[in-house]
Write a protein that binds this ligand. Structure first.
Ligand SMILES: [Zn+2]
Length: 66
């Protein structure tokens, strides 16, 4: 299985699936704490700890696998 080794690699793999709120944040419309996570879609982020099986499972899910 081809799993990302670093947080940056994991984020790169997400590509366009970055936070849907990022544009609003970039425009100064919302605070950073209100930007939903690209992975868990929660603000603030509630992702499992990086490197855990749960974390990678979440990435796989966001990629639309399975
Ligand atoms: Zn998250």
């Amino acid at each position: 299985m081809d799993q990302p080794k670093t947080a940056k690699e994991a984020l790169d793999k997400l590509g366009a699936k970055w936070s849907p709120d990022l544009d609003a944040f970039a425009c100064g419309q919302i605070d950073a704490s209100k930007v939903r996570c690209a992975l868990c879609a929660n603000a603030p982020c509630q992702c499992p700890e990086f490197g855990t099986p749960e974390y990678f499972a979440l990435i796989e899910k966001r990629h639309g696998h399975k």
